[in-house]
Design a protein. Structure first.
Length: 201
């Protein structure tokens, strides 16, 4: 009788242990699934944020270029009209050649000054926009890096250093001929993929 009780106890213990192992395995699978879902959700959120940021900066850049073109055309139209008027006055002999040359020189000088002022202003605004873009891309890259906690301690310092270097490069750009030197030579933004997209910005 005692032996039967001992045998039953052993069987119960084995079954109980097996049930506990099954529960532990099930909990582990649930935890893994939750972790995978969290990673997917974070990746999705970073992708959406990156897309929104890129789209926003493209719209801002397009608006800035359009505004610049409008102001440039306004200056061009104004001084083209002045030149046409001077040409007519000279043709009608209402002014001398000397008067024409003097007034044209003054008009050309003012035109160039206004064009330079506009170019400087828009170069400044482009620089500020590029700095904001680099900062946001760096923040998104850091957020994306935290998805992998094993590599994050190594990648995040690199991202921070790269972002700081990018900002330093942008800040160091100088105005020249209607834009900014190097990356801004054509009056445009720094182009390329963001950190979060695997790029250098």
């Amino acid at each position: 009788m005692l032996q039967e009780k001992l045998d039953a106890t052993k069987r119960y213990s084995k079954e109980y242990k097996k049930i506990q192992e099954q529960i532990a395995n099930s909990d582990a699978k649930i935890a893994d699934n939750k972790k995978d879902q969290q990673v997917e959700a974070l990746n999705f959120a970073v992708d959406i944020a990156t897309t929104i940021a890129d789209t926003t900066f493209k719209i801002m850049t397009n608006n800035l270029n359009r505004e610049k073109a409008i102001q440039e055309k306004s200056i061009s139209d104004k001084y083209d009209w002045e030149l046409t008027t001077l040409d007519r006055l000279l043709s009608d002999k209402q002014i001398s050649q000397a008067d024409y040359d003097g007034k044209k020189l003054i008009s050309d000088t003012k035109r160039k000054e206004e064009e330079i002022d506009i170019a400087k202003e828009f170069a400044r605004r482009e620089k500020n926009m590029a700095k904001a873009q680099a900062t946001i891309n760096g923040a998104l890259a850091i957020t994306s890096a935290w998805i992998n906690p094993l590599t994050a301690p190594f990648t995040i310092p690199l991202i921070i250093a790269t972002t700081a270097a990018q900002l330093a490069v942008i800040e160091s750009q100088q105005f020249a001929k209607g834009g900014l030197l190097e990356e801004f030579a054509d009056g445009g933004m720094v182009q390329g993929k963001s950190h979060a997209q695997g790029g250098e910005l």
